[in-house]
Design a protein around this ligand. Structure first.
Ligand code: MRU
Length: 347
């Protein structure tokens, strides 16, 4: 498995996901600001990985500060800065909320102890994410029949998390159980996370993977080549509406039209229990250059107007089941998600 990040106390090491699979380059972040920029520019991406990186970014920003008012000031600054990086992934805000709650609890202590406490929480978020992903893998694999050909979108693997992955975690577990014949990975324009990252991860592990362009999915489904679809999530509302990488919604509609199961896999840190429906989920709009160019090469007119929403929302009616570290939820989702929310607040 290839960790998306490695904590070294005075720095956070990130594999530069923009360069994969051509180059394996590791980038060192020594300040909170460097972590914020790494998140904005997609050096690190994927909802759970963003949240964990942000928590470490907070630690880097306050490390070595021995003056309490200054520590408080720097803490508030970095939390606000990191909040501005990417608006859709719930995990980012969830992780920052954990850091804010920790600071509040440790406020009476000496600055050194506060920083140590913040670091311990950031490390525990990383460990916890892997445990959650393994549980998702177990629950999700129970839904996968023998000899399945599975379509996945974007990258919801080890690179998008602390390790193991959510949608790819289910695929990893099901593959180990001998149930996966082949994975179809969509290339995932505009940033090509499927072609570059999912194919890289699966091929390294010897899981059979075939790459398709995003517009091929419907045809393959009509030809009986796909048994089911599984994706990750960036934010899930109380009613099960799910934001994930742009193109997920189209795949869910196609899956329903072809009577194929469409599953969403995500840890509880991706659920936003404050939101009643997906209409309230903020959708990140990214630079037009991502659409006008492929890997830095222009593919259209330099000034052509483009739209570039990084995510879309799949209404819950298209989702066959949601797989979390708490188990499986089936429609209507409200009741099960409310139970998960209560269990999560009790933790
Ligand atoms: O823009 P990205 O690459 O951060 O988008 C990532 C996705 O949409 C993933 O599917 C999602 O974050 C789940 S990752 C476990």
């Amino acid at each position: 498995m290839w960790p998306s990040l490695e904590w070294k106390r005075d720095k956070l090491i990130l594999i530069d996901q923009r360069l994969l699979p051509a180059e394996e380059v590791y980038l060192e972040c020594r300040t909170g600001e460097e972590v914020a920029q790494a998140i904005e520019t997609l050096v690190i991406r994927g909802a759970p990985a963003i949240g964990i990186a942000a928590a470490y970014g907070v630690v880097l920003a306050v490390r070595g500060i021995r003056d309490k008012p200054l520590l408080q000031e720097r803490f508030e600054w970095i939390v606000n800065r990191l909040r501005q990086t990417r608006p859709t992934a719930r995990n980012l805000f969830w992780a920052l909320e954990r850091m804010v709650a920790t600071l509040r609890k440790l406020a009476p202590l000496a600055p050194e102890e506060i920083v140590q406490g913040l670091e311990e929480v950031a490390c525990s978020l990383e460990k916890e994410d892997i445990t959650r992903n393994k549980k998702i893998g177990e629950y999700g694999a129970s839904l996968i029949p023998a000899s399945s050909t599975v379509l996945t979108h974007c990258n919801a693997g080890a690179l998008a998390t602390a390790g193991y992955g959510t949608a790819l975690g289910v695929i990893r577990t099901a593959f180990a159980q001998g149930k996966i014949k082949r994975v179809y990975a969509t290339e995932t324009r505009p940033v090509l996370q499927g072609a570059r990252l999912t194919c890289w991860e699966l091929a390294k592990e010897g899981i059979p993977v075939t790459l398709i362009t995003d517009n091929m999915a419907g045809w393959l489904m009509s030809q009986g080549k796909i048994s089911l679809v599984i994706t990750g999530a960036d934010r899930i509302a109380r009613n099960g509406d799910t934001a994930n990488k742009i193109g997920t919604y189209s795949l869910a509609v196609l899956a329903q039209a072809h009577h194929l199961p469409f599953y969403v896999a995500a840890p509880l840190s991706t659920f936003d229990f404050n939101l009643g429906s997906g209409q309230e989920i903020p959708i990140e709009e990214r630079s037009p250059l991502e659409v006008r160019e492929v890997r830095g090469q222009p593919i259209t007119l330099a000034d052509i107007p483009v739209e570039n929403p990084a995510f879309d929302v799949t209404p819950a009616t298209y989702i066959t089941a949601i797989i979390s570290d708490r188990g499986l939820a089936y429609p209507p989702y409200e009741e099960t998600l409310a139970q998960w929310s209560k269990q999560e607040t009790k933790r």
